[in-house]
Write a protein that binds this ligand. Structure first.
Ligand code: AP5
Length: 218
């Protein structure tokens, strides 16, 4: 099964992907997570990507396509993929479609998580994570037991550099200009499912599972 999670920054792609890949037995491929790991490790890819990410711009398509193709090859033996944060513009969507055509693969569903911008900004400004175990927290929805400190590791919680207010505004405008055309692109292909992401994480998960179960039984 191949699922794509599409949605603006803060719409809940990462949160839902983590819950769903466990339930569905799929491999979670998040281009954002792979890039952040590369930046942390100081690899060539990470060094090339860092500036784009910290300013809220998209990383160049060729770097992303090579990176995601390699990850898909590595995980080809599994039950399928949940792509989170990829594709991100029409050029990437077209390249993905060519890759899948050659491998005789099809996209089962594109799950579009839709939430208003004011809610997205609120979520991103409240997001913190542990640099040691990557656990996520959100003020005021999901607080650690001790303020500013990870429950698991006791580490000081950090914010992603691209969650600073000005970078969030840039990421939202990049989404509007470059990524949102994918909503229509996949809708016209008949495999886009729109989910109201302005509800609780549990409710969003339920709706996605109900939608995906229709693919499984189709
Ligand atoms: P990426 O990591 O993909 O960032 P993003 O798309 O901006 O998404 P986020 O991770 O910020 O949000 P999300 O939708 O995953 O929401 P989350 O679940 O975390 O990309 C980062 C950068 O990498 C890009 O800017 C670009 O530079 C580069 N990049 C990545 N992919 C690329 C590509 N394909 N091409 C080129 N460049 C690429 O939730 C956010 C917060 O909200 C959390 O705190 C969470 O707890 C909370 N939350 C989630 N759901 C709910 C809910 N239902 N109610 C209340 N709170 C909620």
């Amino acid at each position: 099964m191949i699922l794509i999670l599409l949605g603006a920054p803060g719409s809940g792609k990462g949160t839902q992907a983590k819950r769903l890949t466990e339930k569905l037995g799929l491999t979670h491929l998040s281009t954002g997570d792979i890039l952040r790991e590369a930046v942390k490790a100081g690899t060539d890819l990470g060094n090339k990507a860092k500036g784009f990410m910290n300013s809220g711009e998209l990383v160049p398509d060729d770097l992303i396509i090579d990176m995601i193709t390699a990850k898909m090859e590595e995980n080809a033996a599994g039950a399928g993929f949940m792509l989170d944060g990829f594709p991100r513009n029409l050029a990437q969507a077209e390249r993905l479609s060519e890759i899948f055509e050659k491998k005789n693969l099809v996209i089962d569903q594109v799950i579009y998580l839709n939430a208003p911008e004011a809610e997205l900004v609120k979520r991103l400004s409240g997001r913190f994570y542990c640099p040691q175990c990557n656990a996520g927290y959100n003020y005021p929805m999901h607080l650690p037991k001790n303020e500013g400190v990870c429950d698991n590791e006791g580490e000081k919680l950090l914010r992603r550099p691209d969650d600073e207010e000005d970078v969030v505004q840039k990421r939202l405008s990049v989404y509007r200009e470059q990524t949102s055309p994918l909503e229509e692109y996949y809708r016209s292909q008949g495999n886009l499912v729109e989910i109201d992401a302005n509800t609780s994480p549990d409710q969003v998960t339920e709706e996605i599972i109900s939608s995906v179960s229709k693919v499984k039984t189709a």
